[in-house]
Design a protein around this ligand. Structure first.
Ligand code: SAM
Length: 213
């Protein structure tokens, strides 16, 4: 089975609660996809299926961009750690000049391709770790990326270096454990409905902040 077939078989086309404008391949229940992915993981060595859910951070970013398209209009945008690609798709819909989405999980990168096609927008989906690459973007979107200590330690110095190079780095976080306490300039807050299967509550308050160098 290809990654594309796997995504189609394990998801249905639906929209995240905060962003009805964007259709996505999403898991409706968590257990079956997690079990299926464990089997697929054993066969192909892949990651847990983060791409099958629109996380609170990505939903908030997508909502903010669709409501204020001038944030990215005409600009070069990277959706870093894109998951299903909801923020990348919103950036393309908002009129960004070029949208890239980066994912270390190749199945997520394929999900981004499928989801971008579903919405008729152009997103260049990169299955690679772009951490360490020089800046080629005006805006970097990072939704829900501070949930693990090693990951945060890996990505944050690079994201701050991007900010120092003049990139507008927008971090959207629902209160994850490893969010830095300093060097963030809050811009907006969004109440995002969530599932009790994924989170410990039915609503998460996401803050979108500009990451400072
Ligand atoms: C909680 S999900 C968030 C996805 C999406 N931004 C959203 O808000 O819906 C985190 C994602 O980060 C990806 N990831 C982790 N480390 C990464 C890295 N160094 N580069 C790109 N993606 C990464 C994981 O594969 C996972 O899909």
């Amino acid at each position: 089975m290809t990654a594309r077939d796997f995504i189609r078989a394990q998801t249905t086309v639906a929209a995240a609660p905060l962003v009805p404008e964007i259709a996505l391949h999403l898991a409706t229940e968590i257990t079956p996809i997690w079990q299926a992915t464990e089997a697929f993981l054993a066969a192909h060595g892949v990651e847990p299926p983060f791409w099958a859910f629109a996380w609170p951070g990505g939903q908030a970013l997508a909502r903010a961009l669709l409501d204020a398209p001038e944030t990215v209009r005409g600009l070069r945008v990277l959706d870093f750690a894109a998951g299903c690609g909801i923020a990348a798709i919103a950036a393309a819909m908002a009129g960004a000049a070029r949208v890239e989405a980066a994912e270390i999980d190749p199945i997520a990168a394929e999900a981004v391709r499928l989801n971008a096609a579903l919405n008729g927008v152009a997103v260049e989906s990169l299955a690679q770790d772009v951490v360490g690459q020089p800046a080629r973007w005006d805006v970097i979107l990072a939704g829900d990326v501070c949930y693990e200590a090693p990951m945060t330690a890996h990505i944050l110095p690079w994201l701050r270096a991007m900010a120092a190079a003049g990139v507008r780095v927008l971090l959207a976080d629902p209160g994850r454990a490893y969010l830095p306490r300093e060097g963030l300039a809050p811009l907006s807050r969004h109440a995002v409905p969530t599932s009790l299967e994924l989170e410990d509550r039915t609503l998460r308050e996401v803050t979108i902040a500009r990451l400072l160098p």
